[in-house]
Design a protein around this ligand. Structure first.
Ligand code: NZQ
Ligand code: ZN
Length: 390
């Protein structure tokens, strides 16, 4: 186990009927807020009115910035920054999924600097201060509600980049599973895939062979994400299933799994971000198309971790007679079949992305590979992986 500092400054208020806490939790940070939300779901469900009422009751003046789209874009972030400055807001409130929370994070940092907010994403500027952020989560997926990351797409350059900073952690996040009852089957599945991918990224890229604590946590989170997703697809209003999926997705990328692993990477995300940037693919759908191919490529070079996942999560009689490669192939098949069962695409073809585009996707992904210092990835290797995802 490697040295680590584990410090998550986000207060999570979890459970039924917790939305009314957003007002007091936000008033603690300021009396003028920018309320960032998506295109339709939170207004349709009446959640936006409940949040606005809670904020007003707590004495917080509300200025709205709605219309955040999935795979949030830089131009809309800039509009939010202008509004935040114009209304001299002291705190940002995000009501939505990962896209809304990430855009709110970008506004919280971008509204306090003179330079363009995109410079934070290309590594040309560091974040030194942010406005406080509180959130109400409406979709179990990205984990942004309890982490220091944010992902924005620059539509002009067709780049979808992520960056992180300790100052981006939300002060408080409200996680009420009932708010996710209205999440449609596709985004329920994509969210579970995203959570599984967050765990797999670290499980597969860790180089420390002696991390049993982290490994058991990660294996448990993968098992939970798969099981809870199946429950929610069977019954969208299964509170226990929605609660398990929500807390699993949050824990999958809040730093808990990575603590003690040493240096880990996000190679599958590095490639997926190009699919979302170039084709506006939902993040989780892009990941399910990448995971089988990347795991196949990875297990050809180092089968042990994928084979280990099969032993731990997908055991079967006489498995000790199988080779590492056979066990790895079996785990990949089980994941691919699960993607099929939950209707999350398991190949580029299922995303209607032609194999002829592979070189273009690889070139786009290389830009993020450089920013994320994934030095072992060349355009040729990314093309090799994408060819396995066809
Ligand atoms: O805009 P509305 O109408 O709200 O519709 C949204 C959106 O179309 C809908 N939705 C959200 N909550 C709902 C709901 N529909 C019904 N009922 C509800 N309760 O769902 C759609 C997708 O929402 P979105 O926020 O885009 O999904 P998700 O939470 O998966 O976020 C995806 C974004 O997170 C980023 C991804 O790159 C992507 O941009 N990520 C952020 C990370 C982070 N900050 O650490 C890490 C992740 O790997 C990921 O990259
Ligand atoms: Zn993700």
């Amino acid at each position: 186990m490697q040295n680590f500092v584990f410090h998550i400054p986000t207060k999570v208020i979890f459970g039924r009927g917790t939305v009314s806490s957003i007002g007091p939790e936000t008033a603690a940070w300021g009396s003028r807020c920018l309320l960032v939300h998506g295109r339709a779901s939170s207004r349709r469900s009446g959640l936006l009115d409940r949040v606005s009422a809670s904020l007003s009751d707590a004495g917080v003046e509300v200025f709205e910035h709605g219309g955040v789209r999935s795979n949030p874009v830089l131009s809309h972030v800039r509009e939010g920054i202008t509004l935040a400055r114009q209304h001299r807001v002291e705190v940002i409130v995000a009501v939505g999924g990962g896209s809304v929370i990430d855009e709110a994070k970008a506004i919280s940092a971008g509204s306090l600097v003179e330079h363009d907010v995109w410079k934070f994403f290309t590594g040309r500027r560091s974040i030194r201060k942010t406005l406080p952020l509180t959130t109400v989560l409406t979709l179990a997926a990205a984990g942004s509600e309890m982490n220091s990351g944010m992902v924005i797409t620059n539509e002009e350059t067709r780049e979808k980049f992520g960056t992180g900073n300790q100052l981006l952690y939300p002060r408080t996040s409200i996680l009420d599973p009932e708010l996710t009852f209205t999440v449609p089957p596709d985004y329920t599945a994509y969210g579970a895939v995203d959570a599984v991918a967050h765990v797999l990224e670290f499980y597969m890229t860790s180089r420390d062979p002696d991390t049993p604590v982290q490994d058991r946590i990660m294996e448990g989170l993968i098992e939970n994400a798969m099981e809870a997703c199946d429950r929610c697809l069977a019954d969208p209003c299964d509170y226990g299933g929605r609660a398990a999926l929500m807390w699993t997705a949050t824990l999958a990328l809040n730093g808990l799994t990575a603590a003690g692993l040493g240096r880990v990477g996000f190679p599958m995300h590095m490639i997926e971000h190009s699919l979302s940037a170039l084709y506006d693919v939902p993040h989780g759908a892009g990941l399910s198309a990448i995971i089988p191919g990347w795991l196949t490529w990875h297990s050809r070079r180092a089968p042990a971790r994928v084979a280990g996942l099969c032993r731990r999560l997908f055991p079967f009689p006489d498995m000790e007679r199988c080779s590492e490669r056979e066990l790895a192939a079996r785990a990949i098949t089980i994941l691919r079949n699960w993607f099929g069962r939950i209707n999350s695409p398991a190949s580029l073809q299922e995303l209607d992305i032609p194999a002829a585009d592979i070189p273009k996707i690889a070139r786009n992904a290389m830009a993020l590979a450089r920013v994320w210092r994934l030095g072992e990835y060349t355009p040729g290797i990314i093309e090799e992986i994408l060819a396995l995802c066809r």
